[in-house]
Each structure stands twice: as structure tokens, then as C-alpha cells.
Write a protein that binds this ligand. Structure first.
Ligand code: FDA
Length: 391
């Protein structure tokens, strides 16, 4: 016999648990199904185990989507302060680390426990370790058949995330399901992901382990944060941020001395003509990086030996050192997936598919991707909350 619910949520991650809890507290009878053996696995590994659960600077321009306006409605109706109030109501201690990023003082497990406690308050049934075999739709009802049960509901919420980090249970299931219902999917790509270097740039891989504060930019997007050289290329927050804007063949520019004012090298020559570029760079950057840059710029000897034009050229190069990444480290290392179920298919107010009443898509499965720093969880909470008011 089929079990009947008001709402079936596929995916017990950040968005799925939030939506289930809120719908349950509204009196809806809710079932959550996940194929992983436990809920919230990505939450558990997030923020280095402390979960960067929101960002107080959340604003629509910190999200990428084919429709930059889509996220506005949900983000304005469930804000970082709303989630923070929930965190505090569970007695979870938190701190702001940097750039508006809020983390648990203790452990990311506290966020999973919060969500499960809220689900319990809403009398939500959460089942894990179940494989969804089929989703059928007819007579205004969705029937979900798993390897253990057949369940029916008027509303089906797809919250199965994107394919980044498959060992955490991630899959492209949401896209397959969307296509089954005739919804368009914006090509999914790895985002918040390290970039790989080859050719001439590959020499920088010798600097593996060196990190420094930079401004990294790709097109119009620019981020001032740390960059890290790795044995495969470039990583660190500044690089992860620009990776979301990067397309194959595009250059990434790095300003290695964002604090230096224009004309600093010529001024340094006037002040200390016997200083070398290497010594100046060593004062501002890690030694290994300073040496590599000085060698590449081929400006050996005292600054007094160089013309102003040579120094200006060196300064310009240091302010916009161009790398041509040959790829990314892929979904296996990507923190999120950019692209996903097209926002053109969904109501921005409820996340319901315009052409399939009763079908909702939330969280990372949707073509809305946040910057690094708690924005992606805020989108998960906000899109989940929006759907939960409507199901
Ligand atoms: P999420 O991936 O959380 O949940 C999807 C659920 O669906 C999973 O439980 C999965 O098992 C399940 N599922 C998948 N396929 C299924 C299927 N076929 N059948 C049934 N169930 C299925 N963001 C942030 O804001 N702050 C941070 O600190 C971090 N840190 C971070 C670290 C790392 C290492 C990663 C990989 C990612 C982050 N993120 C992050 C991103 C954040 O984890 C991500 O944006 C949210 O978890 C997305 O929430 P969703 O609920 O949409 O997907």
C-alpha cells in the first residue's frame, strides 16, 4: 500500500531539511528521502567542520545565475538574520570569522542537529539510505518509488543539490528529474574550484604551498583574498571566487601587491636607488614567490640601473600578472556547481515549476550559485523557506 503525504522532499541536505522542517511546522505531512546513509553530509564537512552557515553581507549581486534577479525575492524574505535567530534559539555559539562569514564556534554537526530538531518539531519523517527508483506524476499527484517504499504526495520538492563532491552523496539526479518533467537545465559546471596551470604558467607550481593576499580577477569580477599555489595550479579563496566566473580560455589576472600605490617602484628607486626588485618584493611577499617574480621580470641589480619605463612595466605586470588556466580540478574538488535547473522554469516566489504544478526545485539544484563565504547555505535556507510556505 502507498503511504500518502502532503509533501515529499528528495534530498536531506541543507535545503531539503530546511524546507521539510518549515513545511512540517505549517502542519504539512512531510516525508524526506535521501540515498546517503545519513542526512546533511555536506553540512558536516562545510566550513572546515565549523559550517559557515550564512553571510551577513548577503545581497543578490553575490549570486550568479542566468537571471540575476531570480534570487532577490527568496533572499529578501528569509534573511541571514532569520537563520541567525534560529541558530541562537538552539543555543549554538557562533562567531564572525571575516568578511561577514558566520561560523559555529563548535561544530557543523550542531547545524545538522538544529535542522533535524526542527524536522522533529514538524513531525517530518526523514529516511536515509534509500534509492529512488522512479518518480511518476498523474492526476495531480507525485508517486515516488524507492527500493523500500512507494509514497505519494501532491507536492514534490527536489533538493538533491548538484554533482560536486560525489563521495558526499552528490549527484546530477535533480537535472535528470528536471528533464523528465521537460524543464530546461543550464549547463552545470564546477565552481568555487581550484584552477589548473600548464605550459609556461606551470613553473608556478614549484611554489606549491605558498599563499599570499592578492586581488584575483576574471573579466569584471575581482576578489581581494588569499591565493594559494598548489602542485596543480592555483587555489585559495580569491581563486575559488574567480573560478565561478572563469570560462575555458579566459585569463585570470592577479595583483600581487594590492596594497601598493601607483608609481611605488619608481618612488622606491628615488628613495633607495641601491635596492633591488627582489629585496623589495621579499619585504612584501613570501620569499619563494618574490624570487620567482623577480626572476620572471628579469630586473636584476640595483633599481638605479633600470629606467622609469622599465619599472613602470614591471609594476604593471605585478599588478595584473596574467595566468591562462587550462582547466579546473573538476566536480571532485568543486565546492559547488554553477548552472542547474533553469530559473526561467521556476517561480522566484515559490520555487514551483511553472509548467508542472506541485513540483518545486530548491537549493544548489537551481541555477543560482553564491560566492564563497556562507552565501550558498543562505540560498539553500532562503529557497527552502520560500518553497515551504507554498507546498
Ligand atoms: P546538499 O548537497 O546539501 O544536499 C543534497 C542532498 O541530496 C544530499 O543529502 C544527497 O545525499 C541527496 N541526494 C543526491 N542525490 C540523490 C538521489 N539521487 N536520491 C536521493 N537523495 C539524493 N556553503 C556555504 O555556504 N558555507 C560553507 O561553509 C560551505 N562549505 C562547503 C564545503 C565543502 C567541502 C563543500 C563541498 C561545499 C560547501 N558549501 C558551503 C556549499 C554547500 O555545502 C552547498 O551549497 C549546500 O550544501 C547546498 O545545499 P543543498 O541542500 O541544495 O544540497
Amino acid at each position: 500500500m502507498n503511504s500518502t503525504y502532503d509533501v515529499i522532499v528528495l534530498g536531506a541536505g541543507a535545503a531539503g531539511l530546511m524546507c521539510a522542517a518549515e513545511a512540517g511546522k505549517r502542519g504539512r505531512k512531510v516525508l524526506v528521502i535521501d540515498h546517503a546513509e545519513k542526512p546533511g553530509k555536506k553540512i558536516l564537512i562545510s566550513g572546515g567542520g565549523r559550517c559557515n552557515f550564512t553571510n551577513i553581507h548577503t545581497a543578490p549581486d553575490r549570486f550568479l545565475s542566468a537571471n540575476p534577479h531570480f534570487a532577490k525575492s527568496a533572499l529578501s524574505r528569509y534573511t541571514p538574520q532569520d537563520f541567525l535567530a534560529l541558530v541562537e534559539s538552539h543555543g549554538i555559539a557562533w562567531h564572525e570569522k571575516t568578511l561577514g562569514q558566520l561560523f559555529c564556534d563548535g561544530s557543523a554537526r550542531q547545524i545538522v542537529e538544529l535542522l533535524l530538531a526542527e524536522c522533529a518539531r514538524g513531525e517530518v519523517v526523514v529516511t536515509c539510505g534509500e534509492t529512488v527508483r522512479q518518480v511518476a506524476h498523474g492526476d495531480g499527484r507525485f508517486t515516488v518509488t524507492t527500493d523500500r517504499q512507494v509514497a505519494e504526495a501532491q507536492a514534490l520538492v527536489v533538493a538533491t543539490g548538484g554533482p560536486s563532491i560525489s563521495k558526499m552523496g552528490a549527484s546530477g539526479f535533480a537535472y535528470d528529474l528536471a528533464r523528465q518533467f521537460g524543464l530546461k537545465v543550464v549547463e552545470p559546471r564546477p565552481a568555487l574550484v581550484p584552477l589548473t596551470l600548464s605550459g609556461d604558467d606551470a613553473l608556478f607550481r614549484d611554489l606549491s604551498g605558498v599563499a599570499t593576499d592578492v586581488v584575483a580577477s576574471c573579466g569584471k569580477a575581482a576578489f581581494r583574498e588569499a591565493a594559494l599555489f598548489t602542485h596543480r595550479g592555483l587555489s585559495g579563496p580569491a581563486i575559488l571566487q574567480v573560478s565561478s566566473y572563469w570560462r575555458s580560455g579566459a585569463p585570470v589576472a592577479i595583483d600581487f601587491l594590492p596594497q601598493a600605490g601607483e608609481g611605488w617602484l619608481i618612488a622606491a628607486k628615488r628613495e633607495s636607488p641601491r635596492a633591488t626588485l627582489r629585496s623589495l618584493l621579499r619585504a612584501a611577499l613570501p620569499d619563494r614567490l618574490a624570487d620567482t617574480l623577480a626572476e620572471r621580470l628579469a630586473l636584476e641589480g640595483p633599481l638605479a640601473n633600470a629606467t622609469d619605463a622599465m619599472l613602470r612595466a614591471a609594476e604593471e605586470r605585478l599588478a595584473a600578472w596574467t595566468f591562462l588556466p587550462n582547466g579546473t580540478e573538476g566536480f571532485a574538488k568543486a565546492e559547488v556547481t554553477i548552472g542547474g535547473v533553469s530559473t526561467a522554469e521556476l517561480s522566484s516566489k515559490t520555487m514551483e515549476a511553472k509548467r508542472v504544478p506541485g513540483l518545486y526545485v530548491i537549493g544548489e539544484a537551481v541555477d543560482v550559485t553564491g560566492w564563497l563565504g556562507g552565501y550558498n547555505f543562505q540560498w539553500a535556507w532562503a529557497s527552502a523557506w520560500a518553497a515551504a510556505q507554498a507546498v
